[in-house]
Design a protein. Structure first.
Length: 215
């Protein structure tokens, strides 16, 4: 009933994204920070970075970090030339015939601990985070909705420098891969720029680029 204050309140806390993390904490009786992160396509990885930072600073001993994307009712979409949606409902990332993306629904969550604690507790360790990097394009792009290779390269540099790994030892890179003619090319260029800088001795010895940016 839209005029019933109690029903409106329950509808709000049951649907508004701001409440999702604290509702999970309430249901599982979890103490500590309970923060909802919203940064569009990077929300899930941003939440993981916040969790890793919390563990590294000893603010927490275990973190649940995840993301969800649910559209209801899902009635499909109308294609329009120049936007990001695929005209035929097929995604072709990094392909010469790439012409758009398709948005889907999913929910995912990971449990994070410091490696020493996980090994001590006998947990199954599925992956280890050695470093991370976050950046933003500012106005150094054609428009707000356009990506920037420079901003992406800064995040890649920061992650690899924090990890203290040889960039040439990386055998697999997972990408955003929007399968758009512009987005895929810019993403590859960001990787090329980051690798070029990391392979240059004079530049590789410099501090992480994040120390020279403002937030």
């Amino acid at each position: 009933e839209p005029l019933d204050p109690g029903s409106c309140f329950l509808t709000e806390i049951g649907n508004e994204k701001d409440y999702i993390s604290s509702r999970v904490s309430f249901g599982l009786d979890i103490l500590g920070p309970s923060v909802t992160v919203t940064s569009a396509c990077s929300s899930g990885l941003s939440a993981i970075i916040q969790g890793a930072s919390s563990l590294a600073s000893a603010e927490t001993d275990m973190v649940l970090a995840g993301a969800s994307a649910l559209t209801f009712p899902n009635l499909g979409y109308l294609y329009e030339t120049g936007l990001v949606s695929s005209p035929d409902g097929i995604v072709r990332p990094f392909d010469e015939s790439a012409n758009g993306t398709v948005f889907g629904d999913s929910v995912g969550c990971v449990v994070m601990k410091r490696l020493s604690d996980a090994e001590k507790d006998g947990d199954d360790v599925l992956a280890v985070i050695k470093g991370w990097g976050q950046s933003n394009d500012g106005r150094q792009k054609a428009g707000y909705a356009a990506p920037s290779s420079y901003g992406q390269s800064l995040a890649i540099e920061d992650a690899m420098r924090m990890s203290k790994i040889d960039p040439d030892s990386v055998s697999y890179i997972e990408c955003h891969a929007t399968a758009t003619g512009i987005g895929d090319g810019i993403e590859v260029m960001g990787l090329v720029q980051a690798y070029d800088r990391l392979r240059t001795p004079a530049l590789a010895s410099q501090p992480c680029s994040s120390s020279k940016r403002t937030a």
